[in-house]
Design a protein around this ligand. Structure first.
Ligand code: NDP
Length: 320
């Protein structure tokens, strides 16, 4: 068991976490960052990123995050590959414990643990993630110009993803497991008015079908839950839009969360209900889910944490 003390502890290693680290390090705050299990966060699942500014050509999510990590380390962020499993924000310094039984004392905390897209979790799904299966139309819709795509789900996200995809795709088929959508009526009205959109009700995905080497999705096998009949739909891409899960289980009794489990922050800031604890990126905002926005939010959190640490009541030594 090791003990660490820092002025700022950053939890999470997606764009928000690394950017918070970069800004905090450049402010001389010597941040410590605990990366979590999925180093780099959910963006590492994206094969091609064309909308992160500063890159002339597409870059893979994996490479983008490796670059961010190297940049953070070069600037002095100390990165620990471990996962925080318990936190105590009731006293200062704050205390976090990790899976490896290390203990972290910190004067301020930046939470950047993100949100995970829900997957269908059927065996063939993993093979085509990033090769025809996506969880983000804004990120990957552009690659399906003139193609036929499907969106899985029946909520607001599915409806919005489907509408967005009609800018590129020739056809968009929404596959929903029930006989009616859960999406708000105004979105359903827009779907009904769009001739590129079809909806298949009462259908679940049985299997993703494609070639293996290199992996590329070609079709999906659907089952009608009312009749048990199956059909194979030829498709170039599938967007899974069945919801996201914010990674906030360890903060449940420590911070105010909204009804969907996202960390509540004061409007226009990254401040949580606990002074000295900040939340950045998708963990506090399900609205945009974009790397560039998470990065901006991480920068905000580091600047706000720096200002907070400058106040006389916040200066202390992060040891007990
Ligand atoms: P939701 O939980 O609202 O909807 C998820 C959809 O996916 C449901 O239709 C659900 O089906 C379906 N689903 C869940 N699990 C599976 C599965 N294993 N297989 C097949 N289908 C599945 O999630 P959203 O991401 O759409 O929205 C999350 C929250 O964010 C909501 O409160 C929503 O209103 C809000 N939001 C608001 C927007 C807006 O106001 N413009 C835009 C996007 C989101 P079933 O209906 O059968 O349960």
């Amino acid at each position: 068991m090791s003990e660490y003390s820092s002025k700022i502890l950053i939890i999470g290693s997606g764009p928000a976490g690394y950017t918070a680290g970069i800004y905090a390090a450049r402010s001389g705050l010597e941040p410590l960052l605990v990366s979590g299990l999925e180093t780099g966060g959910q963006i590492t699942l994206s094969e091609n990123i064309e909308n992160f500014p500063g890159f002339v050509h597409a870059i893979s999510g994996f490479e983008l995050m490796n670059n961010m990590r190297a940049q953070a380390e070069n600037l002095g962020v100390k990165i620990i590959n471990d996962r925080i499993v318990e936190v105590d924000f009731k006293h200062r310094p704050f205390v976090c414990s990790s899976e490896n039984h290390d203990v972290f004392y910190a004067d301020s905390i930046i939470i950047a643990t993100g949100a995970s897209a829900k997957w269908l979790n059927i065996p063939s799904e993993k093979l085509y993630r990033g090769f025809g299966i996506s969880v983000c139309a804004t990120c990957d819709g552009f690659f399906y110009r003139g193609k036929d795509v499907a969106v899985i789900g029946g909520g607001n996200s599915a409806a919005e993803e489907a509408l967005y995809l009609t800018r590129f795709a020739r056809s968009v088929t929404i596959i929903h497991r029930r006989d009616q959508l859960r999406a708000e009526q105004h979105l359903q009205n827009q779907l009904a008015l769009n001739p590129q959109i079809k909806i298949k009700y009462n259908c679940t995905v049985e299997e993703f079908i494609g070639q293996d080497n290199p992996p590329q999705l070609k079709a999906i096998k659907l089952k009608n839950v009312r009749t048990d009949k199956t059909e194979v739909l030829n498709i170039d891409g599938v967007f899974i839009a069945i919801g996201h899960q914010p990674n906030t289980s360890i903060f449940q009794n420590q911070l105010e969360l909204d009804k969907n489990g996202y960390i509540k922050t004061k409007p226009g800031t990254t401040q949580t209900n606990i002074n000295g604890v900040f939340a950045a990126g998708d963990v506090q905002s399900p609205e945009f889910r974009q790397a560039v926005i998470a990065a901006g939010s991480g920068a905000m959190a580091a600047m706000e944490a720096g200002r907070w640490l400058n106040q006389p009541f916040a200066t202390h030594n992060a040891t007990r």
